[in-house]
Design a protein around this ligand. Structure first.
Ligand code: ADP
Ligand code: MG
Length: 227
């Protein structure tokens, strides 16, 4: 599902470059669950942004589901996101002029799917927000907005789910529900899951744990043995 080769990324700072990814390599098979762990500032969000095709790497190659992203233009990358990806970012990026239901239905409507609003309602129900379907983002708490964003990311049962600390804004009980949803989707439709997390317990539920260290992705072999 994912193949990263010699992936490097840096950001300009002052007179020099901050190297965030340095020849990182990763292969993830269809349907695998992989936790990405590493200290704050190690480049986890950067990695997901590149995987989502939202920025170009400085060098290296990203292949998703057999498609190499590097040569694609913005429209083609947007098509791939719409068709294959569910992205849960730390900031929610909800459409402020749409209700919770409207936000969750949006990816289905854009893709021309039938029963968009019914399916959106069912997904909102799964994240515990059925009663809030007609509320606008500004009327929801941070945790509720995060749950809407998660429902929107999962509503079309994407092949690949990219989640950036998805429970960071949630209380423990709601966080557990969300994590269960991610793994349930993996079990039900075989979606591949790449999950950035600070939570060891959540990481342990993934089949693989990969550490982001000094710009490299390093497989946690101990985890593989114990799993
Ligand atoms: P993490 O998600 O692991 O906390 P990030 O990928 O957000 O790490 O950031 C990695 C490093 O790159 C940090 O030092 C951060 O300050 C820096 N960084 C991230 N995005 C940018 C940007 N757009 N411009 C400059 N520096 C950035
Ligand atoms: Mg981050």
């Amino acid at each position: 599902m994912i193949k990263l080769q010699n992936l490097s990324m840096s950001y300009p700072i002052e007179q020099s470059q901050l190297k965030v990814l340095d020849d990182a390599e990763l292969s993830v098979a269809d349907g695998e669950t992989v936790a990405i762990v590493g200290p704050s500032g190690s480049g986890k969000t950067t990695l997901l942004i590149l995987l989502a095709g939202l920025e170009q790497p400085r060098s290296g190659e990203i292949t998703l589901d057999g498609i190499t992203l590097n040569p694609l233009d913005a429209d083609s990358l947007a098509d791939i996101r719409r068709d294959k990806l569910g992205i849960i970012f730390q900031s929610f990026h909800l459409v402020q002029s749409l209700t919770a239901l409207g936000n969750v239905a949006l990816p289905l409507e854009i893709a021309g799917k039938e029963n968009a609003r019914e399916r959106a309602y069912q997904m909102l129900d799964k994240v515990g927000l059925a009663q809030r379907q007609n509320h606008y983002p500004a009327q929801l708490s941070g945790g509720e907005q995060q749950r809407v964003a998660i429902a929107r990311a999962l509503v079309h049962a994407p092949k690949l789910v990219l989640a950036d600390e998805p429970t960071g804004n949630l209380d423990v009980a709601t966080g557990a529900i969300i994590i269960d949803l991610l793994f349930q989707l993996n079990a039900d439709v075989g979606s591949t899951l790449v999950l950035v997390t600070h939570d060891d317990e959540v990481a342990r539920r993934c089949q693989r744990v990969v550490h982001l260290q000094q710009g490299k992705l390093i497989e946690d072999r101990d985890h593989a043995i114990s799993a």
